[in-house]
Design a protein. Structure first.
Length: 172
């Protein structure tokens, strides 16, 4: 596959993911009642986000130590865990909808900016992560490193804030 075709595919997949999640969050009204097990998905999603954050951090530390094979394993696993998160997240929102934030007072002034930054950067990270992985897997390491310098901190932010959003939404 040519570079141009791969980037077009990444763009199409990214647009499809963002459109699907946007529809589920803004336009979809799920059927009443939760299917068994659906209520456990937010906790699973937080665990997957935490796992992704840990793998991203480990992958960064490994590449700094020139342990390329271990770095690759961590980063490919982080991508796979993030894909599992996306499947679980879409499943939850398709079946259960969205949960309104119940916190009051100062915590609302923290929660909503955190949520907005998380959502915006989660949409941005889809094409960034896919492009970064594509460049590494295709052996274009110079371009991989250039984009990875942006992708890693943004992806890490999205993973960590995903856990924080879960905690604030379900435990405050």
């Amino acid at each position: 596959m040519s570079d141009r075709a791969a980037l077009r595919l990444i763009g199409a997949v990214s647009l499809g993911v963002v459109a699907l999640v946007g529809y589920l969050l803004l336009g979809h009204r799920p059927d009443a009642g939760l299917a068994p097990g659906v209520a456990a998905l937010p906790l699973l999603n937080a665990c997957l986000n935490a796992t992704s954050a840990a793998l991203l951090t480990a992958g960064f530390l490994l590449i700094r130590r020139k342990r390329v094979t271990a770095h690759r394993a961590c980063m490919v696993t982080a991508l796979a865990v993030s894909i599992l998160f996306l499947v679980s997240y879409v499943t939850y929102h398709a079946l259960a909808g969205s949960r309104p934030f119940g916190g009051q007072g100062w915590v609302r002034r923290v929660y909503f900016p955190l949520l907005v930054s998380h959502i915006v950067l989660a949409a941005v990270i889809v094409p960034l992560a896919l492009t970064t992985a594509y460049r590494a897997l295709s052996g274009n390491f110079a371009r991989h490193v250039r984009i990875a310098r942006w992708t890693l901190p943004l992806w890490l932010y999205v993973s960590v804030t995903g856990v924080l959003v879960y905690w604030m939404l379900y435990h405050l």
